[in-house]
Design a protein around this ligand. Structure first.
Ligand code: UDP
Length: 374
């Protein structure tokens, strides 16, 4: 190493990007490294025939935190994309999140009062008072019909576990509304960065030294010698050589195709909520960005990605931490080891083993930077 830095940032995703940007702004020297051949972590987007393809899964920026919104707007302009996924259950289409369109399609109810009564009736029949797992939570929020058609199959494909063994909080991510509002998020601010996420992170890292295609864990001693302190955003269990056992993650495989048609499914996201279809959802990337020109005049082609969820095993990319009790207990043990690594800060979805959204990652990185760089 020809130089010594104040900070070595391991991982050029959002957490690492924000910290590096803040450190540079505070006059510290920073080196960012990443084992992949590109920056931006899992928010990476690449250009395919003029379409920004979300290579590691769809990312829709949404937040209620004005500080985070103002922060990201320094690096990109955001379009006014509003996420409104469609659920496909054996060819029946339902609006998401669960709202009056969904209830009307499911039960023929017309008024909010009728919908509320139907949900209440199904909840009572199921006899749930205090939901203890995802299944009970889902039924108590939307009733058994919606649980059976729109939640059970999707969730069991996505997590590879029965809904009775999953934590209730996962389903609370989705709003339930007695209005005709298809906006998937309850967020004040929402959109997709114009020009793609890669450009946003590129601008965050402007003027910062970045080395790609280098694996920190393979030559940790050398890398540690390069800086006073380390910000590590990889999997916390991998950092410790899995010495207490592997934390469980879900991995995702994408089958991406360029199609010679202007419009495949008419929406950015269609969730396949039955158990039989092997993929969880199909993303049609152009609808995140382009004006709704379904004639194909502007863009005669389209790119779609089918998502297949699987249990993570060593060598796979980890995407989702499985935040159940068992893994929570193991994480607590790793966290105790991490506290002993005085020169290392652990952060991000993998470093904190938390099902963070992008805005939560950025908020966490800003909070940490404030303390660390004070
Ligand atoms: N979910 C579902 N049906 C759907 C969409 C979501 O049952 O059509 C459940 C599922 O358990 C999923 C959770 O809601 O894991 C959270 O969904 P979200 O869209 O927030 O997941 P992400 O986009 O992070 O994969």
């Amino acid at each position: 190493m020809d130089r010594h830095y104040d900070y070595l940032v391991v991982g050029a995703g959002l957490y690492g990007g924000v910290f590096a940007q803040q450190a540079k702004a505070a006059g510290r020297s920073v080196l960012v490294i990443d084992r992949r051949d590109h920056i931006a972590g899992n928010v990476y987007t690449e250009d395919v025939e003029g379409i920004h393809v979300h290579r590691y899964g769809a990312h829709i920026f949404h937040t209620n935190d004005r500080r985070v919104w103002d922060y990201v707007n320094q690096f990109a302009e955001f379009n006014r994309f509003t996420n409104s996924p469609v659920a496909n259950y054996h060819g029946e289409l339902y609006s998401l999140p669960f709202n009056m369109y969904t209830f009307n399609r499911m039960w023929g109810v017309v008024t909010p009062e009728e919908a509320a009564a139907k949900i209440e009736e199904q909840r009572r029949e199921a006899g749930i008072t205090e939901p203890r797992n995802l299944e009970e939570q889902a039924i108590s929020l939307v009733g058994t019909d919606i649980y059976e058609k729109l939640i059970k199959g999707y969730t069991e494909k996505q997590w590879g576990r029965p809904c009775t063994e999953l934590p209730a909080f996962i389903i609370k991510r989705l709003p339930v509304r007695l209005t005709f509002d298809n906006n998937y998020f309850n967020a004040l601010f929402q959109g997709i960065p114009v020009g793609g996420y890669t450009r946003l992170v590129e601008r965050m890292l402007d003027g910062i030294e970045v080395k790609l295609g280098v694996d920190y864990l393979n030559a940790r001693r050398d890398w540690d010698g390069a800086a006073d302190r380390v910000v590590y955003t990889g999997p916390i269990d991998a950092y410790f050589g899995y010495r207490l056992g592997c934390l469980e993650y879900r991995s995702v495989r994408f089958e991406t195709e360029l199609l010679d048609m202007p419009n495949f499914q008419g929406n950015a996201a269609v969730n396949y909520t039955d158990r039989e279809t092997p993929w969880t959802r199909i993303i049609e990337h152009k609808w995140f960005e382009f004006g709704k020109d379904e004639t194909g005049r502007d863009l005669p082609k389209t790119v779609i990605s089918r998502e297949y969820s699987s249990e993570w095993k060593p060598g796979d990319e980890p995407y989702y931490p499985v935040n159940d009790e068992k893994n929570g207990a193991l994480y607590t043990q790793y966290r105790a080891l991490a506290d002993e690594e005085k020169h290392v800060i652990f952060g991000g979805r993998l470093g904190s083993y938390k099902y963070y959204d992008m805005d939560q990652v950025i908020a966490a990185a800003l909070d940490m930077s404030e303390k660390e760089l004070a």
